[in-house]
Design a protein around this ligand. Structure first.
Ligand SMILES: [Zn+2]
Length: 415
């Protein structure tokens, strides 16, 4: 199949006016100008017209099973209060609620151009059924905590590992998600890192999300410190340095780690993340919801850290008047662009595509249009030339015009 569009945006190469993507099965064979292509006699050409054709978006952080919590939990001045609220809200839900929520979230992502998502799963029993109910390419990370239950980290990890090994081969994959340094014991981090290394699995962990978490590890005090101590967490790992240093001490920093948020850094943290090849997922609308300190983009990007974009869950997105509250990576790109007006549109599109693919170990395979990459792509309406294509992509509103995953139309182009 040959797809022809007004502009093709391979992302890893300059944009192409009147470009084509030649697909064979579920892979891309060639990306070039229309006039450079010799069309084989029996090959079908799909005219996509006035559109930008680009790789499907890679959402580097999501919690699909919280979609139905949209707008239910107001932002609170203290991050720990919000954690308590969401824990209460979750405890009232049953399996069917989580399943419906997950699937509804997947629909939202598909409509708005995400083709690959790194999702944190709090209800592992949903897998693999929900995978089979969506064309989305899902990388599921099984959440682990264990502080409140005081379960032995070995048992917590055994459960997750057993689940991962029971899962069938899919378009995506599965990995481990120790929730955060504050909500897990250091032993869970070191055991997870060792097992992930052995099995070739990837890790997702929330890191340095709030000022309270930063204070807890840096100074061994504050609201989060007091709250967790009351819950009988062993606090002897606090007061020793930043959350990033904490992870380093427990052998957790490596190139298979996708660290989520990373809002609060001590001097040297950005270099440390870069040196270990850690990727960072930033969630602009969730960031704005909690009114965190400005995201340290310049520090992280300056150190050479791979930065990606995620939606987080709808439980931490503020509803704007007249706006539909939905999981939408374009809305995240726009939120990021307005918070960081110095960021070039091309860099923002890279964060939502190729950088996310790299964070999942899928560089060259997802998040770009190139020979041998998987045929995951989307189109958005556009009638300009290649010069304005990145900018127009960042500011696209609404659903995508078409979406293909693994060589099959998830949303066919209008004919
Ligand atoms: Zn999260």
């Amino acid at each position: 199949m040959i797809l022809r569009a007004r502009v093709v945006l391979p992302v890893t190469r300059p944009p192409i006016d009147d470009g084509v993507v030649f697909i064979s099965g579920n892979r891309i064979r060639t990306v070039c100008r229309w006039r450079e292509l010799t069309v084989p006699a029996d090959e079908k050409v799909v005219e996509l017209g006035d559109t930008v054709l680009l790789p499907g978006l890679v959402n580097a952080h999501c919690h699909l099973d919280y979609t139905d919590l949209a707008g239910e939990i107001p932002p609170t001045p203290l991050f720990t209060d919000w954690i308590k609220s969401i824990t209460t809200a979750k405890s009232g839900k049953i399996y069917a609620d989580f399943a419906q929520s997950w699937l509804q979230g997947a629909q939202m992502l598909l409509r708005t151009g995400t083709t690959t998502v790194a999702d944190v799963e709090v209800v592992p029993e949903l897998l693999p059924d929900v995978w089979l109910a969506t064309p989305l390419r899902v990388f599921s990370f099984l959440e682990m905590t264990g502080v409140k239950s005081r379960r032995d980290p070995r048992l917590v990890l055994d459960d997750a590992a057993r689940k991962i090994q029971s899962l069938p081969v899919s378009r995506g994959g599965a990995g481990l998600s120790p929730h955060a340094p504050y909500s897990t014991m250091p032993k869970l981090l070191s055991l997870s890192a060792a097992l992930a290394r052995e099995k070739g699995w990837r890790l997702v962990t929330h890191v340095a999300e709030s000022d309270q978490e930063f204070e807890m590890f840096m100074q061994g005090r504050g609201e989060m410190f007091d709250w967790l101590r009351r819950n009988e967490r062993d606090m002897s790992d606090c007061g020793l340095g930043s959350p990033v240093r904490h992870l380093e001490r427990h052998g957790y920093l490596a190139d298979n780690l996708l660290a989520v948020h990373v809002n609060y850094l001590a001097p040297g943290d950005a270099m440390l993340l870069e040196r270990h090849g850690v990727s960072v997922a930033h969630c602009p609308r969730s960031h704005a919801f909690f009114q965190h300190r400005r995201f340290p983009r310049n520090e992280l990007a300056g150190a050479g850290v791979n930065l990606c974009l995620g939606t987080d869950s709808l439980a931490s997105v503020t509803k704007m008047r007249g706006q539909l509250l939905e999981l939408n990576l374009f809305a995240e790109m726009q939120s990021f662009a307005s918070a960081h007006p110095d960021a070039p549109p091309e860099a923002i599109v890279r964060m939502a595509t190729v950088n996310g693919a790299r964070a999942l170990g899928m560089q060259g395979t997802l998040g770009e249009l190139g020979a041998n990459a998987l045929a995951d792509l989307i189109t958005v309406p556009y009638n300009g030339d290649s010069g304005g294509a990145f900018e127009a992509t960042v500011h696209h509103k609404g659903d995508v015009a078409a979406s293909m995953i693994d060589g099959e139309w998830a949303k066919p182009p209008a004919t």
